[in-house]
Design a protein around this ligand. Structure first.
Ligand code: ADP
Ligand code: MG
Length: 338
């Protein structure tokens, strides 16, 4: 028996926006929502220029989806994966996101690895035809993975023969950053967007106060708490976002490069808070793989982001810089890391 779940982010989105509160009567509000990048996307823009900007946002996301999709035969990713062993010419956006994601693959010591795609696909997380691959299959697929062998030179990307990459871990964050840029250019100064669990805020709420972002309870429907932010990206990677169950065991879509199985190192949800959506997206996936101890070690060493980790034992760990901005829900105990 297989149970599957591709969490529609709709509930989360509604909550995030509800929590965003209401603008005063003098403020125009433009809301837009649609499905793209395999997820539910919504944006709420405040002020006079919202309508124009909302149209451009959607166009931009569809454009990026067209470049980064692993399944669309016209995409840059398709071309890279089907020119393995040679050089593929790509758009500046594709070269940029791959270059920046590779930096985090490196910094995370390979916890993040964009060349895991053949493994992700074998589990069925691309087409939603889930299955548990045999150990020997995973072993042989892992031989053709290693982010260090992906080369970006100007607008050319090359991967060795037999390699395939995917940007599932950072594409929504990259799109979020682009959207924030578009809104700024259009003169919007207050907005909140949610790309399937990636929340990005532009400025503060129209009344100047912080946005309140609900942090999903990975064990249930509610929230473990709310976080007050402005001008920040808040990105969560969770084992509850896309998974299937077989014989009572849950298998999720974030894979541990060390063995090819769903990462199970003590973390059930990792939220990263920072300035760049792409950085936070890639980093939240990386922390999920690193697990509790390594994530804390990593944070203490780098301190260039904030985080909220939920452990499989229910513990909630919050980094120092956002400790005061995080209001835990009733009954939730918070450990501070500093
Ligand atoms: P979501 O898309 O649900 O927000 P993530 O940002 O954590 O989740 O990205 C998960 C996606 O990243 C997977 O669907 C897969 O395509 C890819 N992926 C899975 N494991 C890894 C990994 N260790 N390194 C890089 N990419 C991964
Ligand atoms: Mg991610």
């Amino acid at each position: 028996m297989q149970k599957q779940n591709k969490k529609s982010a709709a509930a989360l989105v509604c909550a995030a926006i509800m929590l965003a509160g209401c603008a005063g009567p003098e403020n125009k509000i433009t809301s837009s929502s649609f499905i793209a990048m395999d997820t539910y996307i919504s944006a709420t823009l405040y002020g006079d220029n919202g309508k124009e900007a909302a149209g451009k946002i959607k166009e931009e996301i569809l454009r990026l989806e067209g470049l980064f999709s692993v399944t669309d035969e016209k995409s840059d990713l398709w071309r890279i994966n089907h020119t393995a062993g040679g050089n593929a010419r790509v758009s500046p956006d594709t070269a940029e996101i791959i270059g920046k994601t590779l930096e985090i693959c490196e910094k995370s010591g390979g916890a993040l690895d964009i060349t895991l795609y053949p493994v992700v696909a074998e589990w069925g997380f691309t087409g939603n035809e889930y299955k548990i691959p045999g150990e020997d299959i995973l072993k042989s697929l892992l031989e053709n993975t290693d982010y260090r062998r992906v080369k970006v030179t100007g607008d050319t990307v090359s991967v060795p023969e037999g390699f395939q990459i995917d940007l599932g871990a950072s594409a929504k964050g990259y799109a979020g950053d682009k959207i924030i840029g578009i809104m700024k250019a259009e003169g919007v100064s207050s907005a909140i967007v949610n790309l399937g669990g990636n929340v990005q805020t532009l400025g503060a709420k129209p009344d100047g106060s912080d946005w309140n972002i609900g942090i999903q309870d990975p064990f249930g429907e509610g929230y473990i708490g709310t976080l007050r932010v402005k001008d920040k990206a808040v990105v969560t990677s969770g084992g509850y976002e896309r998974y299937f169950e077989e014989n009572g065991k849950r298998y999720w879509h974030i894979i541990d490069p060390s063995d090819g199985y769903p990462a199970d190192n003590g973390i059930v949800s990792a939220t990263v808070i920072g300035d760049s959506g792409m950085f936070c997206d890639a980093m939240s996936t990386a922390l999920f793989v690193m697990g509790t101890d390594k994530s804390q070690e990593y944070w203490r060493k780098h301190r260039d982001f904030e985080m909220i980790l939920v452990g499989d034992d229910g513990t909630v760990t919050v980094s120092e810089g956002i400790y005061e901005s995080f209001s835990p829900s009733e009954g939730v105990k918070v450990d501070l890391i500093k």
